[in-house]
Design a protein around this ligand. Structure first.
Ligand SMILES: NC(=O)c1ccc[n+]([C@@H]2O[C@H](COP(=O)([O-])OP(=O)(O)OC[C@H]3O[C@@H](n4cnc5c(N)ncnc54)[C@H](OP(=O)(O)O)[C@@H]3O)[C@@H](O)[C@H]2O)c1
Ligand SMILES: [Zn+2]
Length: 338
């Protein structure tokens, strides 16, 4: 008789997160199975929950997955049972398309996304393609590692590719899962770090995380506040608000970049004259490949960057998700399975 496991699935778009019993999946050729130990709850899980991308239901969300390899499928030679690994948003690539041929796997034309293209980490076991795995550094717990697989790699990997030097002003808008890690990375990488949030609630926490400056958007125009500090070289935007993106452009200095990490549904209103005259740009960034996740975990261990987590059992996934969506989490909710 097939072994059973507990999983949390979405039966159809906009349906609830429901706990179900499923068969433990078997890894096919080139795949491995993880005994999941922890899975972070990312705002992008709303894509699976709400059906914002075409996907097949029922689907198990979760793309900040950490566990032990429990079985390898046929043809897998690079990985073995017992290894401590993670899977992030980038859940596999084809190796054949133009992007892959250029080595740019994260922009693969048929990229697989964990928890969207196939069942993710809100489950006791999960199967993933071998090329999606990242090694967790020795001594790092699964709960600590999980948020680094998406929130961590997205902020660290994007920031390390920006044209910015030590001492420059880096602003982080939105202090949630991504933002609270971004503040720590910006500080540890040597930048003058400004945190931008709505209201005064998170001021103390932002300063504890390493911010030099705190900007409360309810106290006046954010662009003016950033210009008072000299204008930002990089603004990492983590909210899903296009109108706010337009406002933030006004806070950039010369050669500044507005780095879009959260996606808004509406077009962004910007003055092209300003972009031209100050040689500014607006840039998006899609997380990273497993090597980027490994670099993120290694840097986090080295520099003492740690996700602040609220830990929930799998059975309470729905409550955990609502806590994140309601902006109550301080700052990442992580499901602990083992
Ligand atoms: N590019 C990528 O590869 C990538 C990867 C992961 C996630 N994402 C996206 O990045 C975004 C953040 O994810 P997350 O997991 O960090 O979410 P989160 O924990 O919910 O944090 C988002 C933060 O944005 C701020 N915010 C929310 N609504 C806002 C609004 N209307 N106006 C201004 N600020 C607002 C809040 O911060 P304050 O309370 O401080 O204002 C909130 O804490 C999501 O859109 C997610 O889908 C993108
Ligand atoms: Zn994510």
């Amino acid at each position: 008789m097939a072994r059973k496991m507990k999983a949390v699935q979405v039966r159809q778009a906009k349906g609830p997160l429901e706990i179900v019993e499923r068969e433990v999946p078997e890894p096919g050729p080139g795949q491995v199975r993880l005994a999941v130990e922890a899975c972070g709850v990312c705002h992008s899980d709303a894509i699976t929950k709400e059906g914002w991308m075409p996907l097949q239901y029922p689907r198990v969300p979760g793309h900040e997955v950490v566990g032990r390899i429990d079985r390898v499928g046929p043809g897998v030679t690079a990985w073995k049972e017992g290894q401590h690994v993670g899977v992030g948003w980038h859940g596999g690539h084809c190796g054949q398309c133009t992007a892959c041929r250029e080595g740019d796997f994260v922009t693969c034309e048929v990229q697989q996304v964990c928890g969207i293209s196939y069942d993710g980490g809100y489950a006791e076991y999960m199967v993933a393609p071998q090329e999606a795995l990242a090694r967790v550094p020795e001594g790092m717990s699964s709960v600590d590692a999980a948020p680094l697989l998406c929130a961590g790699v997205t902020t660290f990997n994007s920031l390390r590719h920006m044209d910015v030097r030590p001492g420059d002003l880096v602003a982080v808008q939105g202090i949630g899962g991504l933002g609270h890690l971004a503040i720590q990375y910006a500080r540890k990488l040597g930048y003058r770090t400004a945190a931008i949030s709505r209201g005064a609630d998170k001021r103390q926490l932002a300063l504890e995380l390493g911010a030099h400056e705190y900007i409360d958007t309810e106290q006046g125009p954010v662009a003016q506040a950033l210009q008072k500090l000299g204008g930002a070289r990089v603004i990492m935007m983590t909210a899903s608000s296009s109108s706010l993106a337009g406002e933030l452009v006004g806070g950039l200095g010369r050669n500044g970049t507005l780095l879009l990490l959260g996606a808004g549904a509406e077009p962004i209103p910007v003055s092209s004259m300003q972009l031209i005259m100050k040689r500014q740009r607006i840039q998006g960034w899609p997380s990273g490949v497993p090597q980027d996740s490994q670099d993120t975990m290694a840097f986090s261990a080295l520099a003492g960057v740690r996700s602040r987590n609220e830990v929930f059992p799998l059975e309470r996934a729905s409550e955990a998700y609502e806590r994140m969506m309601g902006n109550h989490a301080r700052f990442r909710v992580v499901l602990k399975l083992r």
